[in-house]
Design a binder for this molecule. Structure first.
Ligand SMILES: Cc1cc2nc3c(=O)[nH]c(=O)nc-3n(C[C@H](O)[C@H](O)[C@H](O)COP(=O)(O)O)c2cc1C
Length: 356
């Protein structure tokens, strides 16, 4: 059995070296915008600026939750944070569990030290780690120490079930998440909730609608598969097999986004899970997302160096702006009204009311 730090290092090595994508379709590419052959706007005027949790972002994008907890992981966080600051998008840190267990690794999450101008920085903790009494105040103290804007709680029951040392007791966690929301609110901090690659069913989305977090991140099927990662990490034949059996388990990302918009109205949705291009991001915005997020390709870029992360963010933002121009959309509100067809060729209706 490994420590949390060793487990994080295993995850990183496997995600960098092996095929960890689910193999399922996240559902983004089936949507097709109408091409506007006469856009009547200037490309230079296309501006995807937005706000999320009251923070101004130059474009609707977050570096997805990935890492922290050891020196090497801290260096990756720094590269991601410096690039996110340069491109004025948000960032979610990897799970703070190592820092909750060992104060000596807190500095590997302290990205404000190198990127003080990051417009939005969120921490991350697993729902399954919220059981110990008093944990809320320790999480809030870490938020203050790291100058975070809030915490995103991840839901990952599939991963925990396949991981040999996984947390299998999920009783009472909805109440613990609500307690954490209240503790964060007392310090003016936001609570987010996310999956890690299996998305949200209608029933879980309804619970999100009741909890009313400050944001929810879809992380549906079609991107990185945590069943597969844990299967590849295990030396146990049955767990390796289960990792493959469940590699495409869950709700595709685009479906998960639609479910959350319908069942948790008013909660801003961050679309993620197999988002790989700025065109995917444009589609997600049209489908009602407040922003998008990406993890695995950014990790691989960060392992190459900070320049590779900046090049990827540059390409994503350019692709988003090209999609906006070619649909005649100067702003994100325009893009939300751009004609688009679903995979069956039907027109996608416009979202009712303002996208939160
Ligand atoms: C190396 C790696 C580590 C991750 N660690 C976390 C984590 O600590 N907390 C979390 O909520 N999600 C974590 N994720 C999940 C991602 O944030 C994201 O939800 C998921 O990978 C789907 O996005 P993708 O298809 O763009 O990779 C991690 C992903 C990767 C690739």
């Amino acid at each position: 059995m490994g420590t949390t730090g060793e487990r994080k290092a295993d995850h990183l090595r496997i995600c960098l070296d092996q095929d960890v994508q689910s193999g399922g379709d996240p559902g983004w590419s089936g949507y097709r915008f109408d091409h506007q052959a006469l856009p009547e706007i200037a490309f230079d005027a296309v501006d995807p600026a937005t706000t999320l949790l009251g923070r101004p972002l130059a474009w609707p994008f977050l570096v997805g939750a990935m890492t922290g907890g050891a020196d090497r992981l801290g260096r990756l966080n720094e590269r991601l944070a410096v690039a996110a600051e340069a491109y004025q998008c948000g960032m979610v840190l990897g799970s703070l569990r190592p820092a909750l267990e060992d104060p000596s690794v807190v500095s590997s999450y302290d990205v404000r030290a190198v990127a003080p101008g990051l417009p939005l920085l969120l921490g991350n903790v697993g729902a399954a780690q919220l059981s110990p009494p008093g944990i809320e105040s320790r999480v809030v103290a870490l938020c203050v120490r790291l100058r975070l804007d809030g915490i995103v709680v991840h839901l990952n029951p599939l991963q925990e079930a396949i991981q040999s040392e996984g947390d299998g007791d999920w009783r009472g966690l909805a109440g613990r998440i609500a307690d954490l929301k209240a503790a964060l609110a007392r310090e003016g901090l936001a609570l987010g909730v996310k999956e890690v690659g299996s998305g949200f069913s209608p029933a879980t989305a309804r619970w999100i609608g009741t909890l009313r977090p400050a944001l929810v991140e879809t992380a549906g099927t079609g991107g990185t598969s945590w069943a597969r990662v844990e299967g590849l990490r295990s030396s146990d034949t049955a767990r390796r097999r289960a990792g493959e059996t469940f590699a495409s388990w869950g709700h595709p990302s685009a479906e998960s986004l639609a479910t959350l918009r319908a069942r948790a109205p008013g909660v801003p949705v961050v679309a993620s899970g197999g988002m790989r291009t700025g065109l995917d991001l444009a589609r997600a915005i049209r489908l009602g997302a407040a922003a998008g997020a990406m993890a695995l390709p950014l990790l691989r870029a960060a392992a190459e160096g900070g320049t590779a992360v900046e090049a990827l963010l540059h390409a994503l933002r350019l692709e988003l702006r090209v999609a906006m121009f070619a649909t005649g959309s100067r702003t994100l509100d325009d893009l939300r009204r751009a004609p688009m067809r679903d995979p069956s060729g039907m027109r996608v209706p416009f979202a009712r009311g303002r996208t939160p």
